[in-house]
Design a protein around this ligand. Structure first.
Ligand code: ITT
Length: 193
C-alpha cells in the first residue's frame, strides 16, 4: 500500500476545516488544520486573494507539508455581486440580518457561492474552483453551518437552506466541496506528493 497523502489546510475557520476533512477523507487523504493567521489582500478576485495568501505563507512560514488555503464568497446578483470577496468582513459587520435588510423588497433573490482553493507542494501553485447557485431566503432558517448558511438556499437542493443540512448533505452541493473534490482528484492522481 502507498503511504497516506497528508496535506495542511491553512484556515482559522473550524467549519471550513470540518467540511474539508470529510470531503478529502473519501479520497483517502489526510488533512490537518493549520490555524495560522494569513494575509488577505483586498481584491475583486478570489483567485488573486487565495494565491497571494498562499504565496505569502510559502515565503513567511515554510510549512513542512503540502498545504492549501481556501477563499470563498457569496455573490448576490441584485447587489452586483456584493459582498463577494468582502463576505467575511460584511458578515462580521452586519450578519444575516443585515443582508436580509439589504434584500428587503428585492424580487431577484439569485446568488452564488464561489470557492477558490489554492494548493502548493512547495514549488508550484495550483488553483481549483467550485460554484453553487441558489437564492437568498426571506428569513434565516437552520442552526447548522456558519456564516451565510441560514440565508442561502441552494438551487440543486430541496428548498432547505445550507444551515438546515448536515455536513454530508451540504458537501454534496457546496461550492467548497466542489473545489475540494477537484483538488482531491488531482492529488490522488499526481505523483508529486
Ligand atoms: P479563513 O480565512 O481563516 O480560511 P474565513 O471564514 O475568514 O476563514 P473566508 O476569508 O473565505 O474565510 O471568508 C469567507 C466568508 O464568506 C466567511 O466568513 C462566511 O461569512 C462566508 N462564507 C464562505 N463560505 C461559506 C459557506 O459555505 N457558508 C456560509 N458562509 C460562507
Amino acid at each position: 500500500m502507498g503511504k497516506v497523502k497528508r496535506v495542511l489546510f491553512a484556515t482559522g475557520n473550524k467549519h471550513k476545516f470540518h467540511e474539508a476533512e470529510i470531503v478529502l477523507s473519501k479520497y483517502g487523504l489526510s488533512v490537518e488544520q493549520w490555524a495560522v493567521k494569513r494575509l488577505e489582500v483586498q481584491s475583486e478576485s478570489l483567485e488573486e486573494i487565495a494565491k497571494t495568501s498562499l504565496a505569502w505563507l510559502m515565503l513567511e512560514k515554510y510549512p513542512e507539508y503540502p498545504f492549501f488555503v481556501e477563499d470563498a464568497g457569496l455573490f448576490v446578483n441584485a447587489l452586483n455581486g456584493f459582498p463577494g470577496p468582502y463576505s467575511s468582513y460584511v458578515f462580521n459587520k452586519i450578519g444575516n440580518e443585515g443582508l436580509l435588510k439589504l434584500m428587503d423588497g428585492v424580487e431577484n433573490r439569485r446568488a452564488e457561492f464561489i470557492s477558490v482553493v489554492a494548493f502548493t507542494e512547495g514549488k508550484e501553485i495550483l488553483v481549483f474552483e467550485g460554484r453553487t447557485s441558489g437564492f437568498i431566503s426571506y428569513m434565516a432558517r437552520g442552526e447548522r453551518g456558519f456564516g451565510f448558511d441560514p440565508v442561502f438556499i441552494p438551487e440543486e437542493g430541496d428548498g432547505r437552506s445550507f444551515a438546515e443540512l448536515d455536513v454530508e448533505e451540504k458537501n454534496r452541493m457546496s461550492h467548497r466541496a466542489k473545489a475540494l473534490r477537484k483538488l482531491a482528484e488531482w492529488l490522488t492522481s499526481s505523483k508529486i506528493i
